[in-house]
Ligand binder design. Sequence first.
Ligand SMILES: Nc1nc2c(c(=O)[nH]1)N[C@H]1C(S)=C(S)[C@@H](COP(=O)(O)O)O[C@H]1N2
Ligand SMILES: [Mo]
Length: 513
Amino acid sequence: MSTSRGWWWLVGVIAGAVGLAVSYATAALLHVRESPVVAVAEGVTALTPGPVVKWAIRELEQDDKKALVVGMLAILTLVFALLGRVARRRWWVAVAGYVVLAGVAVIAVLTKPTPSLIDLVPIVVGLLCWIVALAVLAEWLRRWELVEESEDPAVEPMHTRRHFFVAVAATAGFAAFGGLLGRIAGSARRRAEESRRLLRLEGVTAPEVPDGAEFDIDGLSPWQTPNEDFYLIDTAYIKPAIDPAGWELRIHGMVDREITLSYSDLVAREITEDWITLNCVSNSVGGDLIGNAWWSGVRLAAILAEAGPQQGADAVLQTSEDGWTCGTPLAALMEDDRNALLAIGMNGEPLPIEHGFPVRTIVPGLYGYVSATKWVVDMEVTRFSDIEAYWTQKGWAEQGPVKMSSKIEVPHDGDEVPAGEVVCAGVAWAQHTGIAGVEVQVDGGAWERAELAGVPNDDTWVQWRIMLDVEEGDHQLRVRATDKDGEVQTGVARDVLPDGATGWHTIDLSVKA
Ligand SMILES: Nc1nc2c(c(=O)[nH]1)N[C@H]1C(S)=C(S)[C@@H](COP(=O)(O)O)O[C@H]1N2
Ligand SMILES: [Mo]
């Protein structure tokens, strides 16, 4: 290929490689679980008819995923080469091709169980790299072409050809560097995931739904929130990837004896397990930022007692590996009758990395932002008057006890149902106090008592249900709870800021004849 023409294929392939490598590196740096290619591969698997997938898995044994990724890379190489070729005359066709490819990746990512916007960053970065790399390489190749076509003997083809190859080498090197960076950045996460998979935690048992805790109603939240459906809230763009072997928790400050715990120290202690419902202060009335899990961990009361808090201390400033902080009332962590835990297990498994692996705090009855530190590494016993935690600095309340609340999940807001008997159901919670009753009201009429499912303790949500007889027309349903202290959930609507929303969850229902 002494003439410039044939090289357009190469330009396409190299530009394509740069985009893929950089998006892979970005995904790894951001600790996004799946790089775009893998997300697309998984999307392909999801869209492929079951029998075909089964056949492929049987034929390829464990290598089905790898084979799919390799096959996709082969097809992509071909597509990139073609895009390079068409870019010679119509660069915008190549750009349109990139946009389509990125669009496929976006769909693949957004159709995953818990999509998040951050997962789209690697795709956008990759798309930009495709376009820039193509523009740069095409520019040098075009100069070479111009020189070749020119009649002027004074211009030297060799010279521009060399420039083009330098550009090719530099771009290819950049792609290789991106790939390498991706591997290195991903390795901490891979190691942490590997350690997590290999952990066998004594005393961490599989959850069993307590008898009578769950109504069998379509659309009602299951009693147990599976780990992959559990809401995620944190400030970490890059989730800390901590190997348990390197984890330590330092307890210091206003204590008689400073304590440093290693992971093996911690798991060797007595493990306490229980159902605890965790929710976020930012959960609006009727919102989804709540989940119920079977937590396994070590009670903080005993550990803090060993450290010996000093007179005047009323707070513990917790810090995570990524530097997030929260202030927790010392009393809540030390109460005999409260399961404040250094949790190592969630629903019978080691904590998922996103939920704080290897160790997080869980305190029944407090919102997450003042208690549930994921990736916790430091606890300073102190005074509230001496500290300002992450969210407190941003205007949220210093103290964050959970507010009693309830929501209607069935029917769904805006549903249309036939007239007659309608099942109405949902959940209510007042962690660490307990729910005594739930009532539902239709169109501002009398409050009717709902039936409550069972609960194993006062730290969880409770399911409720009621049969309503509704006539044709538009109706409004409302729910309120009463806690075991006899307090009735307030109907005063307040926003989540600064210390949690209040008000009755209200939905519209349209009843047809
Ligand atoms: N390290 C760390 N821990 C954190 C947070 C955080 O931003 N960083 N957010 C808190 C908040 S606001 C909530 S509601 C819970 C959410 O826990 P989850 O993501 O496991 O559901 O974690 C808490 N722990
Ligand atoms: Mo939160």
